[in-house]
Design a protein around this ligand. Structure first.
Ligand code: HEM
Length: 339
C-alpha cells in the first residue's frame, strides 16, 4: 500500500508544477495497483493499462442492474452493452484464467509450500472446510473477480471524497499533514494503526459519502419491522446514506467532523447508526484492508501535495453501483514537500 501510494506521489511530482488531475480517476488507479499486487504479487503480465480498461468495461456490464434483472430475466439472456463489449470481456477473463493456470502449474511443480505470498496462492491452496476439496479454477476466478470488483471502486471513492472534504476544511487538513509528517518520515510496521487522525477522517468520509449507499436483503420469512408487516421474499433496502445523515441519530449530521471517530468518541456511535461496511454475517470481508489502505494513501498524498479544488467546480454525488463524484474531481496539485 505504501509503495503504491509513494509511486503515485512520485508520478505526480513529475508533472508540471500546478498540474490539474482528475483525483477520482487517479484514486481508481492506485487502488487497482494495490489489489493487483495483493492478489497477483508478480503483477498481471502483459499490458496493465489494457487490463484496466478491459476490467472497467467488464464491471460496467456485470455490475449494472437493469430492467432485465428487475424483471427476473435469466442471466443467460445477454444484458445491454454485452454484445458491444463481448471481446473486451473475453480478453479480461482470459487474462485472469492465464494467470491462474500458470500459477497452478508453478505451485504444483514445487515440492514445498513455497510460492508467491499472495491471495492467488492462498486461494489455490485453500481447502473447503466442509468437503476438504480445493477450489475449482472457476471458483478461484470468481473469487478474484469479486475481490477486484468489491475492493476497487469502493476504496477509490472513499479516497476521492476524503480528499475533496479535506480540501474544504483547512483545520483537519493541517492535522492530517502533521500526523503524516510525523509517521511517514520513518514508517513503522504498525503505520496504519498510528494514523489515528487520518483514519478518523476516512471514517467520517464513509459516513457522509458511503460508497455503498444502499444495501438490500430479502426476507426469508414473514416478519414485522417496527409496525410494518413484511411478506416472505420481500426486498428490504437499507440505506447507509440516509442512516448516516439521520437527524435522530447524529448531532450536526451534515457537518464534516472527524472528531466523532477519534478513539475517545468512537465507542459512543450506535452500531446500527453507522454501517458503511454493512452488518451481520455478510459484512464486508475487506473492511480492515480498505481502512488501512485509504489511511496510508491519504496520508502519503496529503503529506506531499496540497490538492485544491478548481474554482467553480460543482461536486455532486452520483449513485452508480458506488457513490462517486458525478463529474470526477479535477484538482490542482501544489507540491508541499519534495519527495
Ligand atoms: C471503503 C471500501 C469498502 C466499502 C465501503 C465496502 C463496503 C461493502 C459493503 C457495504 C458490503 C456488503 C455488506 C452487506 O451486505 O452487509 C461489502 C461486501 C464485500 N466486500 Fe467490501 N467494501 C469496501 C472495500 C472492500 C475491499 C478492499 C475488499 C476486498 C479486497 C472488499 C471485499 C468485499 C467482499 C468479498 C464482500 C462480500 C462479502 C460477502 O458477501 O460475504 N470490500 N463491502
Amino acid at each position: 500500500m505504501l509503495s503504491a501510494a509513494n509511486g503515485l506521489a512520485a508520478r505526480w511530482t513529475s508533472l508540471e508544477p500546478g498540474a490539474t488531475v482528475d483525483v477520482a480517476a487517479e484514486m481508481t488507479l492506485v487502488t487497482l495497483n494495490v489489489l493487483a499486487v495483493t492478489i497477483f504479487s508478480g503483477g498481471i503480465g502483459g499490458d496493465f493499462d489494457e487490463f484496466r480498461v478491459a476490467m472497467n468495461a467488464y464491471f460496467s456490464v456485470i455490475g449494472r442492474i437493469g430492467m432485465l434483472d428487475l424483471f427476473g430475466v435469466p442471466k443467460f439472456v445477454p444484458r445491454p452493452g454485452y454484445r458491444r463489449l463481448r471481446h473486451t470481456m473475453a480478453y479480461f477473463e482470459a487474462v485472469i484464467d492465464t494467470i491462474i493456470h500458470a500459477r497452478y502449474q508453478r505451485l504444483a511443480a514445487l515440492a514445498t509450500h513455497d510460492g508467491p505470498d499472495d491471495l492467488l496462492t492462498l486461494l489455490l491452496r485453500s481447502l473447503d472446510p466442509s468437503t476438504g476439496r480445493q477450489l475449482s479454477p472457476t471458483e478461484v476466478r470468481s473469487n478474484i473477480l469479486t475481490f477486484l470488483s468489491a475492493g476497487h471502486e469502493t476504496t477509490a471513492n472513499t479516497l476521492a471524497w476524503s480528499i475533496f472534504l479535506l480540501s474544504q476544511v483547512p483545520e483537519w487538513r493541517s492535522l492530517v499533514v502533521e500526523e503524516a509528517q510525523r509517521e511517514l518520515s520513518n514508517p513503522r510496521d504498525d503505520l496504519a494503526d498510528r494514523l489515528i487522525v487520518t483514519k478518523a477522517v476516512i471514517e467520517e468520509t464513509l459516513r457522509l459519502y458511503p460508497p455503498i449507499a444502499a444495501l438490500s436483503r430479502a426476507a426469508v420469512d414473514a416478519d414485522v419491522l417496527g409496525e410494518i408487516p413484511v411478506k416472505p421474499r420481500s426486498l428490504i433496502v437499507i440505506a447507509p446514506y440516509v442512516l448516516h445523515r439521520h437527524r435522530g441519530l447524529w448531532s450536526r449530521p451534515d457537518a464534516f467532523d472527524p472528531s466523532r471517530f477519534l478513539p475517545e468518541a468512537r465507542g459512543r456511535i450506535p452500531r446500527f447508526a453507522y454501517m458503511p461496511f454493512g452488518v451481520g454475517p455478510r459484512t464486508c470481508i475487506g473492511s480492515s484492508f480498505a481502512l488501512q489502505e485509504a489511511a496510508i494513501v491519504l496520508a502519503v498524498l496529503t503529506r506531499h501535495f496540497e490538492m485544491q479544488l478548481l474554482p467553480h467546480s460543482e461536486v455532486w454525488p452520483l449513485q452508480r453501483i458506488t457513490l462517486r463524484p458525478a463529474k470526477g474531481l479535477p484538482m490542482r496539485l501544489i507540491q508541499r514537500r519534495a519527495l
